[in-house]
Design a protein around this ligand. Structure first.
Ligand code: C2E
Ligand code: CA
Ligand code: CA
Ligand code: CA
Length: 279
C-alpha cells in the first residue's frame, strides 16, 4: 500500500514471486473483492502534445486489498482471466467508467472519451456487444464517449473474429484503440481491415527513445503507419521532457504518462478536469 502522497495511485509490486498458497489465497480473495467493494478505478489523462489539452482519460483498475494494499492489475488480471472472474470485474469496470464519464459530462466539462481496457477473454465473450450497449443505455453515455482498448495480441488471435466484432462496435459508435502496439506480431495488412481510431505505442519503445536509435526508428515508423491509416497515435509511458520533445519531433499527437500525470483517483481526476476542461 504505497501512499506516496497525492497523485500517486501506483501499485505495489512485491519483489518476490507468489507462493502457490499465496496464489490460492489471492484467488479466494479476488472472488469476494467485488462484493466487498475493494476495487477502484484510477484515471490517467491522454494529452495533446501541441495544445496541452486533455483529450481523454484511461480507466485503470486498482484492487485495494485490506492487507496487501494496492495490488497491481498485472498481478490479478491473469488470475481473473483464468478463473473467469474477469467477466463480472470487467463489467464493473465498464459500468463505473461510463457512469463517471457521464457525470463529468453532465457537470459541464468538455466531453471526451473514457477508455476501458479489455482483456483477451472479455474480448472473446459472445455477448460483448450487447453488454456494452446495455451499459451505455443504463448510464446514458453516448457511444462516442467510450473507447475500448484492446491489445494487439488479443486482436491478432483470430483476425476474422476481430474484424467482425470491431465492425459491430464501430457501427455502435464506440472508438477502438489498439493497445501495446509493436509488442505483438501484427501482419500490418490486417490493420487496414480493422476499423481502428487509435494506435497506442507501447511504453517499451518510449522508454529508451532518447538513447536508443533503434527505438526512434520504430517510433517514427509506427507514427507514420498510424498517420497513413488516418489513425490517432498515442505514446504511452512518457516520463521525461526529453521523451516528450522526441515524440513532438516525430509528430506524435498524444501522450500519456507520468510526465503529465500519474493515474489519479476519481476525486483528483475531477479536480484536474475542472481546472483544465471547463467549457
Ligand atoms: P496498459 O493498458 O498498457 O496501461 C498502462 C500501464 O502503464 C498502467 O499500469 C499505467 O499505470 C502505467 N503507466 C502509465 N504511465 C506510465 C509511465 O509514465 N511510466 C510507467 N512506468 N508506467 C506508466 P497499470 O495501471 O498497473 O495497469 C497494467 C495493465 O493492466 C494495463 O496495461 C492493462 O493491460 C491492465 N489493466 C488495467 N486496468 C484494467 C482493467 O480495468 N481491465 C483489464 N482487462 N485490464 C486492465
Ligand atoms: Ca491500455
Ligand atoms: Ca498500453
Ligand atoms: Ca503497455
Amino acid at each position: 500500500a504505497k501512499e506516496k502522497g497525492r497523485n500517486t495511485y501506483e501499485v505495489y509490486t512485491p519483489s518476490f514471486d507468489l507462493l502457490s498458497s499465496e496464489l490460492l489465497d489471492l484467488e479466494n480473495r479476488l472472488h469476494r473483492a467485488l462484493e466487498l467493494g475493494e476495487f477502484m478505478l484510477t484515471y490517467q489523462p491522454k494529452v495533446n502534445i501541441k495544445t496541452g489539452e486533455i483529450k481523454g482519460m484511461e480507466a485503470l483498475l486498482r484492487w485495494n486489498h485490506p492487507e496487501l494494499g494496492l495490488v497491481s492489475p498485472a498481478k490479478f488480471i491473469p488470475i481473473a482471466e483464468e478463473t473467469g472472474l474477469i467477466m463480472p470485474i470487467g463489467e464493473w469496470v465498464l459500468k463505473t467508467a461510463c457512469r463517471q464519464n457521464q457525470a463529468w459530462i453532465e457537470s459541464g466539462l468538455s466531453p471526451m472519451p473514457v477508455a476501458v481496457n479489455l482483456s483477451v477473454r472479455q474480448f472473446q465473450q459472445p455477448n460483448l456487444v450487447k453488454k456494452i450497449a446495455q451499459v451505455l443505455e443504463e448510464t446514458g453515455l453516448e457511444a462516442r464517449y467510450l473507447t475500448l482498448e484492446i491489445t494487439e495480441t488479443a486482436a491478432m488471435l483470430d483476425v476474422d473474429f476481430t474484424r467482425k466484432l470491431l465492425r459491430e462496435l464501430e457501427k455502435m459508435g464506440v472508438n477502438i484503440a489498439l493497445d501495446d502496439f509493436g509488442t505483438g506480431y501484427s501482419s500490418l495488412s490486417y490493420l487496414k481491415q480493422f476499423p481502428l481510431h487509435t494506435l497506442k505505442i507501447d511504453r517499451s519503445f518510449v522508454k529508451d527513445l532518447t538513447v536508443e536509435p533503434a527505438d526512434i526508428a520504430i517510433a517514427r515508423a509506427v507514427i507514420a503507419l498510424g498517420h497513413g491509416l488516418h489513425l490517432n497515435v498515442v505514446a504511452e509511458g512518457v516520463e521525461t521532457v526529453e521523451q516528450l520533445d522526441c515524440l513532438r519531433m516525430l509528430d506524435c499527437e498524444e501522450i500519456q504518462g507520468y510526465f503529465f500525470s500519474h493515474p489519479l483517483s476519481p476525486q483528483e481526476a475531477t479536480q484536474l478536469l475542472q481546472r483544465m476542461c471547463l467549457q
